[in-house]
Design a protein around this ligand. Structure first.
Ligand code: CU
Length: 251
């Protein structure tokens, strides 16, 4: 009951009724504001400091083959890059996050010719995972997923940090934060934001082909972990959820 009241209070004082997303980033102590679909787009579109690709609605993407799955819609390139050294953590800062079930995956992709602005078509890039979070304890239906445990229900920022692999070669990359929400049976919801990163450091490695995939392409309704009914017998009480897709590249 208490949590219900807290949730209702949050909803009354935030500009959304159901969905949230990644609106900011931090590296160390530095904050990098991203795009806000809740605010006037005009100054944001002109902002030279903007490191996040444009997204104009907090609604989920409902099809794993939608081209907006890559970097949301419209996904216009950002103007700025977040500087980060390989081995440092990029933290995605979510606001208004309320869903609790399903995996979260952080991805990166190298921009051709080190120009993420020219590489506007994120569906053509080779994506690799840098981190993923799933079921932390309990069962698929009622257990604790990172998606629920990371959320600050009081309306404060919810933080999700993943390390840029230490061995990664310097260059300009997209980083893509994806939440897959599975609370509707066989109707997965995808929440995606992308930002531009400028990676420095001494790394000389890049992920091999077995780590790379296209987006869309990586998910399909043929995958039992994506096309899932978390309330079905045999599923709801399972304590194992394997996050599909390629393995995480640790660099
Ligand atoms: Cu939602």
């Amino acid at each position: 009951m208490l949590s219900t009241i807290a949730l209702l209070t949050t909803l009354l004082f935030t500009p959304v009724t159901s969905h949230g997303g990644c609106l900011n980033y931090t590296v160390g102590e530095t904050w990098y504001p991203g795009y806000s679909p809740y605010d006037d787009p005009t100054p944001q579109d002109a902002a030279p400091w903007m490191p996040q690709r444009k997204w104009t609605t907090n609604e989920p993407i409902l099809s794993p083959t939608n081209t907006s799955l890559a970097c949301n819609a419209p996904g216009d390139p950002a103007r700025a890059y977040i500087p980060i050294t390989a081995g440092q953590t990029i933290t995605a800062v979510y606001m208004y996050w309320i869903h609790t079930v399903g995996p979260m995956i952080a991805w990166m992709a190298r921009c051709p010719h080190d120009d993420c602005h020219a590489a506007a078509d994120a569906t053509a890039l080779s994506w690799f995972k840098i981190g993923q979070r799933g079921l932390e304890s309990g069962t698929i239906e009622t257990g604790v997923w990172f998606q629920g445990s990371f959320s600050r229900w009081d309306g404060g920022p919810s933080l999700w940090g993943e390390k840029v692999p230490e061995g990664l070669e310097p260059g300009r990359y997209l980083v893509r934060h994806e939440v897959v929400s599975l609370h509707s049976a066989r109707k997965p919801q995808f929440y995606v934001q992308c930002a531009h990163l400028e990676v420095s450091g001494e790394g000389r490695e890049r992920p091999g082909d077995e780590y790379l995939t296209r987006i869309p392409g990586v998910w399909s309704m043929e995958q039992p972990e994506i096309n899932i009914d978390i309330y079905a017998p045999g599923v709801s009480n399972s304590t194992v959820y394997n996050i599909p897709g390629p393995p995480v590249w640790k660099g």
